[in-house]
Design a protein. Structure first.
Length: 340
C-alpha cells in the first residue's frame, strides 16, 4: 500500500473520532426508541389465512445508458407479468416493450432516460389492464414517489406525469387495485408522519428502515397505515384533474427481509387485504421476503451491461463507417474508457 505510514496515522485518528460521534448518536437513538415504542405503530402479521385467488399484473422496467462525446445511447425495457390464479391451474403471460435511441447529452440526461423508462412501464401497465383486466396491478416502486418526482426542465417530465395520471384514472374507473411496492432504505415518510403527529425529533442520519429495525428487530410485522403529508394534483387534459394522496404501510414478510413500503391511492378500500396478498406472494422467495412475481418481472426487464455495451459498440461501428464526421463530432467514445 502506498503512503503506508500516513494511511495508518489517518486511520487511527478517524476511528477514534468515529467512535466518539457514534456514542453521541447512541444517546439520541435510545431516546427515540423509548418514545416511539409507546406509539404502537407495529402490528403483527397473520401467519395463516385463506389463499387469495385473483388475476394480477406485476410491472417493472430496466434501463441502460452509455455516454459519448456529445450524446448518449439509451436502452429501456418494461415487462408486465400477468398471473391468473382464479382457476384450478395458474397461468402466466408476459407483456413486453423495448426501445433504444440517442439523446443529446446534457445535465438531465439520466433523469430524461428515467422518465422514458417510467413512461414505458405505465404504457405496459395500461396494455395489461386493457387486454387482461386484472383485479390487482402491482408497480415496482412507490406511487407516492412517482407522484412527487423532482421537476426537470425537459419535455419528458411533463409527458411522464401525464402518463402516470392516465394510469391512475384508468385503474380508478375500472375498479382495479393499483399498488406500489418498493424496497427503499432511504425513505423518511414514516419519520415525517411521526414528527407531525407526535412532535418527535429524530437524528438526521436515521431513516424509516433504521427506525423499524430499532423497534421491531428481526420479526414479521406490518405497520399502521399512515398518509404522507403532501397530496398529488395534476391535469391530464384541459378539463380533467385528479387529486390524490397515498396511504402507506411498511411490511416485513420474513424475519430477515428488508421492510417493504406499500402504498395505494386514497380511494382504495381494501388495503388490509392487499397487505395479506403481498405477504402470500412473498412466501415463494423464502428469506428474501419480496413478491416473487414482481421479482420475475424485474429479472425479465433488466438490461445487462453486456447487452448495452454490445449494442452501443455495434451502433458506433456502423456510424463511424457511414458518417465519419458525425462520429468524430458527437458519437465518439470518451477517452477515459481507454486509459490504463
Amino acid at each position: 500500500m502506498r503512503h503506508y505510514s500516513l494511511w495508518l496515522e489517518k486511520y487511527g485518528k478517524s476511528r477514534e473520532d468515529l467512535l466518539t460521534n457514534l456514542r453521541g448518536y447512541k444517546q439520541e437513538v435510545n431516546s427515540v426508541k423509548k418514545t416511539i415504542e409507546d406509539k404502537r405503530i407495529i402490528l403483527p402479521l397473520d401467519k395463516n389465512g385463506p389463499e387469495i385467488k385473483a388475476r394480477m399484473c406485476f410491472v417493472d422496467g430496466g434501463e441502460g445508458i452509455r455516454e459519448l462525446l456529445g450524446a448518449a445511447v439509451y436502452f429501456i425495457r418494461a415487462s408486465g407479468l400477468v398471473l391468473d390464479k382464479t382457476g384450478d391451474a395458474v397461468t402466466e403471460k408476459f407483456v413486453r416493450d423495448l426501445d433504444m435511441d440517442i439523446v443529446e447529452y446534457d445535465d438531465y440526461v439520466k433523469d430524461r432516460v428515467e422518465f422514458l423508462r417510467a413512461m414505458m412501464e405505465f404504457s405496459v401497465a395500461e396494455r395489461c389492464v386493457e387486454e387482461y383486466k386484472p383485479e390487482y396491478l402491482f408497480i415496482d416502486g412507490s406511487l407516492y414517489v412517482n407522484s412527487r418526482k423532482r421537476p426537470v426542465d425537459c419535455e419528458e417530465y411533463g409527458l411522464c406525469r401525464k402518463r402516470f395520471v392516465r394510469l391512475l384514472k384508468l385503474c380508478k374507473n375500472k375498479g382495479i387495485h393499483i399498488v406500489g411496492v418498493s424496497e427503499d432504505s432511504r425513505s423518511r415518510l414514516l419519520m415525517g408522519y411521526l414528527s407531525m403527529k407526535y412532535g418527535m425529533k429524530f437524528p438526521k442520519f436515521m431513516t424509516d428502515a433504521s427506525i423499524l429495525r430499532l423497534i421491531a428487530k428481526n420479526t414479521r410485522y406490518r405497520t399502521i397505515a399512515f398518509t404522507p403529508q403532501s397530496r398529488f394534483e395534476a391535469e391530464d387534459d384541459i378539463n380533467s384533474m385528479i387529486a390524490a394522496s397515498f396511504p402507506t404501510a411498511y411490511i416485513q414478510p420474513t424475519e430477515v427481509s428488508n421492510p417493504l413500503r406499500v402504498d395505494v391511492p386514497d380511494w382504495e378500500t381494501e388495503f388490509d387485504k392487499i397487505i395479506k396478498l403481498i405477504v402470500q406472494l412473498s412466501r415463494g422467495s423464502k428469506q428474501y421476503g419480496y413478491p416473487m412475481p414482481l421479482y420475475l418481472a424485474h429479472l425479465d426487464a433488466r438490461i445487462e451491461q453486456k447487452q448495452a455495451d454490445w449494442s452501443t459498440n455495434q451502433l458506433i461501428a456502423y456510424l463511424s463507417k457511414n458518417d465519419p464526421d458525425l462520429y468524430e463530432t458527437i458519437l465518439k467514445e470518451r477517452r477515459h474508457g481507454y486509459r490504463p
